[in-house]
Design a protein around this ligand. Structure first.
Ligand code: ADP
Ligand code: MG
Length: 231
């Protein structure tokens, strides 16, 4: 909890109330698994990071002014090492084209999570003026707003409540292995809901938090994208 508050206060010092990739460390501190990644500000440094990661990488533009990175062509999945420098330039150019006034800090180079056996879920929190912190779970990814398959509980969320959340969304059969697919690690998903609930209970300065997606796979979960607002 102290580490969490320290991390947030350094962000507030910089007059930053919306955090993206900067909040990855906060998830780490609460034991929520995140794939390895680094933010760099040159194509060469991006190539160095990619060289340290096995297989293909994911690259994402990093800007405090860009909320939905894929909307501006700011996410490239499955980038081979040799393509990394050019992809860096493409991502920055695209972001500039869509949003000329955006401050672009660099590019995140991240380990890839296998989506073939995975389900993209969302785990989040909104503070409700009446009920307080509402923890949300549902189907995630870039279609979350379109499909609206989510459920919520007031934090702190107990283990039975978190388990119920994973059972009551429409997409629940997908988690348990539909159409011959392997079931995902529901236990790790439940654990993550509870850890996020603990984080937002410990740190009231967090007004809003979204892990989208939390990729749930048969062998665990990975928070590949996070966004939060602090007061
Ligand atoms: P945004 O939500 O800002 O558009 P995300 O980081 O959520 O950006 O990336 C968009 C999509 O790209 C994700 O929903 C997921 O399908 C895919 N993606 C992102 N990061 C990874 C990763 N590390 N491994 C595999 N797929 C990823
Ligand atoms: Mg996202």
């Amino acid at each position: 909890r102290e580490r969490a508050e320290e991390m947030l206060s350094s962000a507030v010092d910089r007059d930053n109330t919306r955090l993206g990739v900067e909040a990855m460390g906060l998830l780490d501190a609460y034991g929520i698994p995140t794939p390895y990644g680094e933010v760099v500000d040159t194509p060469g440094a991006a190539a160095d990071v990619a060289a340290r990661i096995d297989g293909h990488v994911v690259m994402k533009v990093v800007s405090p002014d860009i909320l939905h990175k894929s909307d501006v062509g700011g996410v490239e999945v499955g980038v081979a090492d040799a393509e990394v420098p050019d992809t860096y330039a493409d991502l920055v150019a695209r972001a500039r084209r869509y949003q000329p006034d955006a401050t672009i800090l660099g590019v995140q180079v991240q380990e890839m999570v296998d989506l073939d056996d995975g389900v993209e879920t969302i785990v989040g929190m909104n503070r409700d003026p009446q009920f307080g912190p509402l923890v949300l779970f549902g189907l995630g990814g870039i279609f979350v707003e379109t499909l609206e398959d989510t459920t919520s509980r007031v934090a702190p969320v107990s283990r039975p409540e978190a388990e119920a959340m994973t059972r009551e969304i429409d997409a629940a059969p997908l988690l348990r292995g539909a159409r011959g697919r392997d079931p995902v690690d529901v236990d790790a998903t439940v654990e993550t809901i509870q850890r996020l609930s603990q984080l937002v209970t410990d740190v009231p300065a967090i007004l809003e938090l979204d892990i989208n997606p939390l990729v749930a796979t048969p062998s665990g979960v990975a928070a590949v994208d996070v966004r939060l607002t602090i007061d």
